[in-house]
Design a protein around this ligand. Structure first.
Ligand code: SAH
Length: 368
């Protein structure tokens, strides 16, 4: 098998030296010709991973109803921007718009904006959303979405943003880099010079142990989103797997529903890192927003009425379909250590005029 991206990365390292992890990850996912997301639709049973909206229509429906309630609470602005970051196949948005038909003025007031860099997935989104109103417009970046109050949805978007990694060794932070072995294999190594950036990122965290790993997400998209919401009003619903700060190596690769070595086949596997919700909330607060959560996905969906929606779907269904609904509820909301309902978390970033978002309690405002 030829691996054009591996060849290109080898040449790059030979010329410039070992790459920051963020540069490597950005090339793997977004290289204009060979990037993982650029070349394929990775979702679903035949792809590399499955996301919540692909498990069941209930996920997008409940989020659609959340968006309607949020919009009403914001004073029903018309027009407003309904935005999705990284919409995958468009499944979440299609289910959300169908559910939102219960309140026709919502779709009538909305213009739909999809922030997506993958040509393959833009095509899939156009197909899924065909015939639904409003019709989508596509953008490469958050910054390109036209002005106005916004309701922004992002499921498994932030985990695809590049991270840098730093390792605490012999009393100082060192940047982890991707280098090249004599036999052509890619390997992780450490930049010998101490990293001042990492020392700043780690300020306020408890003293690290030898070998501790610190991750720092590329913050451009989050900053653009927060600045925009603070200036023009609105909210963002962020759903992702993640943690509330601290240390740990969460970089992982997935191919055909199994973990893979992130360095083995660049551009052929999905690479993600867990979202640091504490960093995201802190960034949003610094921009003038409020943050709510992170709340477990299971609790969030249950509060929005997942059990009732499941019962409704089962009422007119045969035995197999009823079992499928039960299985989907367990997968989306299961609270065991290794289940989505616990691993995935929901964080809402909100303009202070938007109030406490539906499904959240005032006591769940994020305060560091
Ligand atoms: N939200 C979808 C898909 C998640 S996969 C779902 O839940 O099924 C990640 C999505 O983000 C894909 O659509 C991918 O193409 C997109 N994406 C990744 N990096 C991006 C970037 N930097 N800018 C815009 N979209 C990006």
């Amino acid at each position: 098998m030829t691996q054009p991206l591996l060849r290109e990365i080898r040449t790059l390292i030979a010329a410039e030296g070992p790459l920051p992890v963020s540069r490597y990850m950005a090339l793997c996912l977004g290289h204009p010709r060979h990037g993982y997301y650029i070349t394929r639709d990775p979702l679903g049973a035949t792809g590399d991973f499955t996301t919540a909206p692909e498990i069941s229509q209930m996920f997008g429906e409940l989020i659609g109803l959340w968006a309607v309630a949020m919009w009403q609470q914001m004073g029903a602005p018309a027009p407003f921007r309904l935005v999705e970051l990284g919409p995958g196949r468009g499944t979440l948005m299609a289910d959300a718009l169908r559910a939102a038909r219960l309140v026709p003025p919502f779709a009538a007031a909305a213009s739909l904006h999809l922030v997506e860099t993958s040509p393959a997935l833009r095509t899939a989104q156009a197909r899924t959303l065909a015939g639904l109103a409003p019709a989508p417009a596509w953008h490469d970046r958050v910054e390109d979405v036209p002005d106005g109050p916004a309701i922004v949805l992002a499921n498994e978007f932030f985990d695809a943003l590049p991270v840098d990694q730093f390792v605490f060794a012999l009393g100082a932070w060192h940047e982890r880099r991707v280098g090249l072995e004599a036999d052509g294999r890619l390997v992780f190594g450490l930049d010998p010079a101490p990293s001042h950036a990492a020392a700043a990122f780690a300020a306020g965290l408890p003293g690290p142990a030898e070998g501790a790993v610190l991750e720092h997400m590329e913050s451009g998209p989050a900053r653009a989103l927060a600045t925009r919401l603070a200036a023009q009003g609105g909210v963002a619903l962020v759903v992702d797997y993640g943690h509330a700060g601290g240390f740990g190596d969460t970089l992982q690769a997935l191919a055909r529903h199994a973990f893979a070595d992130p360095l083995a086949a660049p551009g052929e596997a999905d690479i993600t890192a867990h979202v640091d919700f504490s960093a995201l909330a802190t960034l949003a607060r610094a921009a003038g927003l409020k943050a709510f959560g992170p709340l477990g996905q299971g609790d969030f969906l249950t509060r929005l009425g997942l059990p009732q929606r499941a019962e409704r779907l089962k009422r007119d269904a045969g035995a197999a379909a009823r079992a499928a609904v039960d299985a989907a509820v367990a997968r989306l909301a299961g609270a065991a250590e290794d289940q989505m309902g616990r691993l995935f978390k929901v964080l809402v970033l909100a303009h202070s005029d938007a109030g406490v978002p539906p499904a959240f309690d005032p006591s769940e405002e994020f305060v560091p």
